[in-house]
Design a protein around this ligand. Sequence first.
Ligand code: HEM
Length: 481
Amino acid sequence: MASSRIFDMFAQYTIPLNGTTSLTPASVRLLESPAPVTIVVGFLVAGLLVWEQVSYRRKKQHLPGPDVKQPIIGALLESLHPTFDGYLSKWNSGPLSCVSVFNRFIVIASTCDLSRKILNSPTFAEPCIIDAMWKILEPDNWVFLMGKAHVDYRKGLNVLFTRRALRIYVPIQQKVYAEHFKKWLQLGGKQERYQMLFREVNLDASLRVFFGDYIPTDVAEQISVKYLRITAALELVNFPLALPGTKVWHAMRSRKYIVDEFLKAVKISRERMARGEPESCMLDGWIKSMIDITSGATAKGDDEENVTRTTRYFEDREVALTLLTFLFASQDATTSAVTWAFQLLADNPDVLAKVRQEQAEVRNDDYDKEVTYEMLESMLYTRQVVKEVMSIWNVTMVIPTFWPALHDPEVYPNPDNFDPDRFGPNGSASDTAKNYMVFGCGPHVCLGKEYAIGLITGLIGQASVKLDWEHVKTEDSEKII
Ligand code: HEM
């Protein structure tokens, strides 16, 4: 009935061949009425909604997941507030499952082999799924490079994480920990939510490692706040336009502030290194290495077998954008690992006692002795603790899909027990095994893996001999959310 009325109405006006419209009185009445427009729009919307479902079903095929997509927004609400139980039910539904948010079709892999396959297929899978990332980190940022261009760029960065470089970083980190611990002790044992304090010490340690004293303290504080704005904008789905006041807009302004400050630091470092002054941070080492390759000087180091120089000249903007991504990568996963480490050590006093015993041995009972990279390497048990914290507790913060691989009881017996000995000489786990995907795998595997393990080992090592702490349990403190 409705369709025949629509047909009739359209039949009431004609367009003559001479191009001018001649309308009958009936058709004039119709054009004045909004009804046909509404109906056409209605048809279009209905058509789009049907097309949306058909397109969803065509992509979904046999994959587990809802048969019908919620119109337009899909699983938006779920994705804005993801829960661990929600992920768990997806993983349990099969090796692959799917979900759709707006028009984005997301496939979730739950097995170790599939996750590895995806991470090793850069032609089909890009590491960035959040559109806002391009706007925030800038489209010419190296993290968006793919294939050979990415491999070549990354080769130029290896020099920043050699043993020689890590040796320079350890005393810088230790100094930052001591400063922060002093401030924590001034709280006089007050019960606090420590996660933000852990974030600050971690960000400060990395900022000082990357830039030394080139960034003034007040600017460093601003940078910490700005990074929070960047993180806040990295939701799976954002308002598409970066209009003033939106989270993405704030994040872009924050990035601009940070990059401008980093550019100032690059300039000072170039001048210092050109004068032949000593390297004091990662930036200096990188710039010195560029000077070496352009002047043809032989890079010196006691780890000649490793990369000791960069591969090409990097422009100031490339350096600043790269260090922007390093600091970005240093934030959340490392903070989450540190938070879990403090909590688990408080809950497992026998493990904490062993950490303390090892620290006493490595430091020869001198807790003010400067810690070197070699000392950090010899803290074998403390490193085991870090690997265990990261493998079982931290990983959902990074890529939730790695959880099942790290909870495979065949590889990690009693996976829910906190057991650093599983990474010990007689343990069944290994951080080189294929299931240990804490740092990803394939061409985009974490560049800062050794740096991150060293940073957390140094932090909890120093904390164990300088501080005592309790875990005050709250409703949320045991939950993975
Ligand atoms: C506990 C701490 C950390 C964890 C668990 C972690 C984990 C990861 C993971 C899972 C990836 C993605 C790998 C992939 O796509 O296959 C990654 C990439 C990356 N990480 Fe880390 N990361 C940590 C700390 C750091 C730190 C401190 C830095 C910098 C110093 C860093 C620098 C990077 C960079 C630059 C990439 C991208 C590499 C590329 O695209 O080639 N990460 N990390």
